[in-house]
Design a protein around this ligand. Sequence first.
Ligand SMILES: Nc1nc2c(ncn2[C@@H]2O[C@H](COP(=O)(O)OP(=O)(O)O)[C@@H](O)[C@H]2O)c(=O)[nH]1
Ligand SMILES: [Mg+2]
Length: 363
Amino acid sequence: MSDFNKQAGSLSEKAGISSPEITNVSAINQIKFKRRQQPTATELIAGILEGNRTSLSRAITLIESTNPEHAEKANEIINGCISHANKSLRIGITGVPGVGKSTFIEAFGTHLTQLEKKVAVLAVDPSSSISHGSILGDKTRMEELVKDENAFIRPSASGENLGGVARKTRESIILCEAAGFDTIIIETVGVGQSETAVHSMVDFFLLLKISGAGDELQGIKRGIMEMADAIVINKADGDNIKRANQAKVEFNRALHLFPPKKSNWQPKVTTCSSITKDGISDVWNSILDYFEMTKETGFFQEKRNEQNQFWMMETINEQLKQNFYNQPEIISLLEQNKKAVQNNEISPFAAAQLLLNQYKKSF
Ligand SMILES: Nc1nc2c(ncn2[C@@H]2O[C@H](COP(=O)(O)OP(=O)(O)O)[C@@H](O)[C@H]2O)c(=O)[nH]1
Ligand SMILES: [Mg+2]
């Protein structure tokens, strides 16, 4: 029995069988070590630029991590990728739960990959830390797309607040673009504030609706209608076609009441079925018209510049806030002052000032 077999306990049953020449413990250990070792930022950047999905996934995991060391590495990767990004079209999709966003993305995304587009699907869902990533469950609605080698689907980052989740998604967009994905689809859950966050990171914002209940125009926040570059009435199939067409007329009428958009684009209302795929290619053609127009007028770049400024400010605000609330002295002083304010022992303004003064002392 060779030395090697004596050392490698699990292989000792092979006693009597001579081990092949190339098996040597140090080589095996080296391979094992390499596998365990985390790739460096440089290695991940190289992998992303080659379009390697494992590198992309790993880098996004670093972005999503709350470990400060990971954050530093993530920043290095983003910096290494950013000059390769920006060459995609970013499309946001919103609509109330059940309207068919995931099913639509499956149909729409598959249509795009058939046109040889490379599609990345991300999500902004601040509730996903509770529901463990709704898009993950939604992956069952994206059976084709999940298998598609020209598609990359990533569930929403989890996080305590929308700002953090949105920032992580925004950073992930950069990495997806650097990895060669030319169409980025961002799904939002359609409850609460996530729409505004998604609107501020996409070029085109699509509102998905369904007809029915006779209250088409109720229940949609005016602000979301105003943000939409297109309204698509989904589930226009079977018995529903007629109602969907009626809804289309109503939405068109409603949209004309809004002031013209800064882009000068007149949002369109169309119908589609994510099941039969009717109307899916029209949605894409309309989006292409939008891009052609806004690139010609310069609005496309102008909007991206504005968004970049916005994200810089958001990141500063976010970090300042986090930094403030995470200071141990602030945490205890805040609790004391909350009680004091409640008992009318101090005015809310004086209490705030006291806390801010304490914070300034920490520099
Ligand atoms: N008939 C019909 N059903 C649809 C269509 N799109 C989605 N659905 C169904 O509507 C339900 C909700 O869809 P889902 O994609 O999960 O909606 P989400 O919550 O907006 O992501 C599912 O049962 C889908 O099968 C469609 O175009 N036609
Ligand atoms: Mg969904």
